[in-house]
Ligand binder design. Structure first.
Ligand code: ADP
Ligand code: MG
Length: 842
């Protein structure tokens, strides 16, 4: 071993003896680096190893004794592994006492061994010793090399590449960013005589003998081996892995990791991970990465391949973060982070690595958002002033006064429309808070000046509902004033407002197209038909997108591109927790409507154990008798649309035949064609069906005020935010409404989550909880661009988000255009993160 490494080992050992008080070296272990690093370089120690040692020791004084121990043990193992990779000549010198086989361990001499785990190198074989490491073909032309296909790796041909592609791995970069699903901590190395039942450890020893015996059942086989170290011997078995018996060689040292089990009163290991000691240890004797797999790939293979990629390519990755950001945010380098994500030296190291990579995500998200916002603010837009008298008159024609929240939203929108910059606003209000009327008034402001507006909704039934509402507000005579004066005339004529959905007959569509192009249609309301169709506007100035998270980024951009910098208002009923709003919707101005129209009764919510289902049915019968209607919702089962439909279909049949034979039940599920769905919804809305059995497709904004019961089956499968959306489908009229949640099992602990629904009606609280419980991907769906890229960032980690935001902001103020040549790597990373042409997340 090189003198510089030997020295380090000695110091570490001394430090361990001192109980990790950081006094093994004068001034502390971090001070050692100044001298040691040049020595190590002179010794030709790999730069990678030096870096790791430097990084880990740098923080040493600030660590707790436990973390210090972990750090030094991790480094020791690291050093040993690096030695194993270099030298091949020490192997012969490994000496082990010969010991008796299994059972004698308790008596054997254990004085030779001293805790803690990683430091007892005298009594365990010095970690050896391997053939030369796999040499990866050098690759010229970095850093673009990371875009190279995985087939550039030795041992990966087209067949492996195909299998990897199923994991979404195509390039070397994909590989580097394919992170473990979890880690097994096998970093505790113990001598056999110290093993305890139930613990997860690593044992290093020599294979004594190997045998195979058929199990009684006849089909299966058991591989048995005895492994001994200087302290004792251990029986190890593998179930049905015949190949193991062929690879295990008596007399050779191996490393075993797994759980210590018991058999006939003796400690054993069953089906542990194992690898020959002369190989670099990737599956044992460390914190071991566990990757998501697919058929035809094994953990062992993937770990090995990954290790090649990470150790060779990791250090060659260009760090896109500017140095000053890395420094001021106190991050570790990207190469190091990637290395530690895959093969962490310690839990601390893993945590630091994860922090760094999560920071990258938020930082890139933020920079993108800031650029987007700036791009918007640089544009000019048509100015729409709103006359107070005009507005007063319009408000007078409504059947109800606006809520305070609606008033405030209107003030924001009026300001935006008059600003000369395109409005870019997110209007967020819980289900039933009355967003539609606000949208209608915004439309009024724009079209009274002769401009055009478009409203896009995610389903045709919803578009139709908006069409009716807006017709009511904009194209009918106002309510008769009490003083007997004339009612307010409408802003629009009937033919100036049109509906365009998939089912609109072609002849009518082409008339609408003509009307929009010629400018005599002022407002069009529709589904994505609006963007799929070659619709052109003569003067589109306002675009409104309802239930915006249902749309992809491209769809919103497509609609907006039909005008020239039109004002944009997006609406959502999903309350977005602050941390998330700041990051994902950072380019939008936010208006929150946090007040419900008066007179709403809170929905009475109950969690019922499955056996009390009959009570729910009784309630439905009573409500229907009183002239009301009910929803019964089924979850998506096993992610397949087919089985989802089946659950609802089967239960629909059962409910109709056995439970509600005298009632009429509609059925709605994802496999129906859009027209069929709309037809079912329409019949329900019109009262033809008393009960609607549905899968989650019913979730989005449909208004059936007569419905008073929302029964949700397998409620435990839904997120809270989604349950809240369902609940919002009822309680829209003046009648008392009910939301009944029936989980799959009566298990109180499992269903505790659902109790929150009973406790609060506040969409924000539920959303926060939901985000905590399910994570952001589930929370908003992955259609939100940029959002899908958040692999590691936890959007409930407000500290990290704030840090990344601050850094992004400061960076952006310095170089908003990313023009500094030193920032080119960041620009490249940004483009990759956002994908081509997807810089628009509004
Ligand atoms: P959402 O915000 O979920 O889209 P809607 O706009 O559909 O809510 O409004 C829900 C219901 O509340 C509608 O029937 C609407 O007519 C009614 N509404 C809206 N604003 C008020 C108000 N200020 N006072 C009374 N009812 C209102
Ligand atoms: Mg709505």
């Amino acid at each position: 071993m090189k003198p510089s490494l030997q020295k380090l080992q000695k110091i570490f050992k001394l430090e361990a003896e001192r109980g990790y008080d950081n006094h093994a070296v004068m001034g502390g272990l971090d001070r050692l680096l100044d001298h040691w690093v040049p020595e190590a370089r002179a010794d030709n120690i790999s730069e990678e190893l030096i870096q790791i040692i430097e990084n880990r020791l740098h923080d040493y004084p600030r660590l707790s004794p436990a973390s210090r121990a972990e750090t030094l043990e991790g480094l020791l193992r690291r050093i040993q592994r690096s030695q194993a990779a270099i030298s091949t000549d020490e192997f012969a010198e490994v000496e082990l006492e010969q010991v008796d086989v299994a059972g004698e361990t308790a008596e054997s001499d254990d004085t030779a061994v001293s805790e803690p785990g990683g430091l007892f190198t005298e009594s365990t074989p010095e970690t050896p010793i391997s053939p030369a490491p796999t040499v990866i073909k050098p690759w010229k032309g970095e850093p673009a090399a990371l875009d190279a296909a995985v087939t550039v790796l030795p041992g990966i041909g087209p067949r492996h590449a195909q299998t990897l592609a199923r994991l979404g791995i195509h390039t070397l970069r994909d590989m580097l960013y394919y992170f473990p699903r979890r880690y097994d901590d096998y970093s505790r190395l113990k001598p056999i005589n110290r093993l305890q039942y139930g613990e997860e450890v690593t044992v290093i020893g020599i294979v004594q003998n190997v045998s195979v015996r058929p199990l009684r059942s006849g089909q299966a086989q058991l591989v048995e081996a005895v492994v001994a170290d200087g302290s004792g011997a251990l029986r190890v078995t593998w179930f049905n892995q015949l190949w193991v018996s062929k690879r295990l060689q008596p007399g050779h040292p191996i490393s075993l990791s797994g759980k210590i089990d018991q058999y006939m009163g003796r400690l054993v290991m069953n089906s542990p991970e194992w690898e020959p000691l002369e190989q670099q240890q990737l599956s044992t004797n460390r914190i071991v990465p566990v990757y998501p797999l697919t058929a035809q790939i094994t953990q062992r293979w993937l770990r090995r391949t990954m290790n090649q990629v990470v150790t060779y390519w990791g250090p060659r990755v260009q760090d896109p973060l500017p140095e000053e950001v890395i420094r001021s945010a106190e991050l570790i380098g990207l190469s190091n982070a990637l290395l530690q994500m895959h093969f962490p030296d310690s839990w601390d190291a893993l945590n630091t690595a994860r922090q760094r990579l999560a920071f990258d995500e938020i930082f890139l998200l933020q920079i993108g958002v800031l650029r987007q916002k700036r791009a918007w603010q640089e544009r000019t837009a048509h100015v729409f002033e709103t006359d107070e008298d005009w507005l007063g008159t319009q408000l007078g024609r409504l059947p109800f006064p606006l809520t305070g929240a609606q008033h405030k939203a209107l003030i924001d929108i009026r300001q935006d429309l008059a600003s000369g910059r395109p409005m870019n606003r997110l209007l967020q209000g819980d289900v039933g808070s009355g967003k539609t009327i606000v949208a209608a008034l915004a439309v009024g402001i724009v079209i009274k000046e002769g401009s055009q507006a478009a409203i896009m909704a995610p389903t045709s039934i919803l578009a139709e509902q908006h069409y009716k509402n807006l017709q009511q507000v904009l194209a009918t005579l106002g309510v008769q004033p009490e003083d007997g004066s004339e009612p307010v005339p409408p802003i629009l004529q009937d033919w100036e407002i049109r509906l365009m959905i998939g089912a609109t007959p072609e002849a009518e569509k082409s008339e609408i197209r003509r009307g929009l192009a010629e400018g005599w249609i002022k407002l069009v309301i529709g589904t994505h038909a609006l963007i799929e169709d070659p619709v052109q506007f003569s003067n589109l100035q306002l675009v409104i997108v309802d239930e915006q998270h249902r749309f992809g980024v491209d769809q919103r951009a497509a609609l907006r591109s039909k005008g020239e910098n039109p004002h944009l208002l997006v609406m959502t009923a999903t309350p977005i927790p602050r941390s998330l709003a700041l990051t994902v919707y950072g380019d939008l101005d936010l208006t929150v409507m946090d007040e419900m129209p008066p007179g709403r009764q809170p929905v009475s919510t109950h969690v019922l154990p499955p056996r009390e289902r009959e009570r729910a049915y009784n309630l439905i019968r009573n409500q229907v008798q009183a002239g009301r209607q009910a929803f019964i919702i089924y979850p998506l089962v096993e992610e397949s649309e087919k089985s989802e439909a089946m659950a609802a279909v089967e239960d629909h049949a059962r409910l109709q035949a056995d439970v509600f034979p005298s009632l009429s039940l509609g059925l709605l599920h994802g496999r129906l064609r859009p027209e069929e769905k709309d037809d079912v919804m329409r019949r329900f809305r019109d009262g033809e069906y008393q009960i609607l059995v549905s899968t989650s497709v019913v979730e989005v904004g449909v208004d059936v005020p007569n419905a008073t019961v929302m029964l949700i089956e397998s409620a435990n499968r839904f997120g809270l935010a989604q349950l809240h959306q369902f609940r919002g489908r009822v309680g829209r009229g003046a009648e008392q409404s009910y939301c009944l949640l029936i989980p799959e099992t009566p298990d109180a602990v499992e269903n505790e989550r659902l109790q929150v629904m009973v406790e609060t009606n506040d969409g924000f609280i539920l959303a926060e909880r939901d985000l905590e419980q399910r994570g952001p991907g589930q929370f908003l769906g992955t259609r939100q661009s940029g959002f899908a890229e958040l692999q590691l960032a936890n959007l409930t980690d407000v500290r990290l988000i704030e840090k990344a935001r601050r850094q992004a902001q400061a960076f952006f103020e310095n170089d908003p255009g990313l023009e500094d040549p030193r920032h080119q790597p960041l620009l490249t990373a940004l483009r990759r993160f956002w994908g081509d042409g997807k810089g628009d997340i509004s």
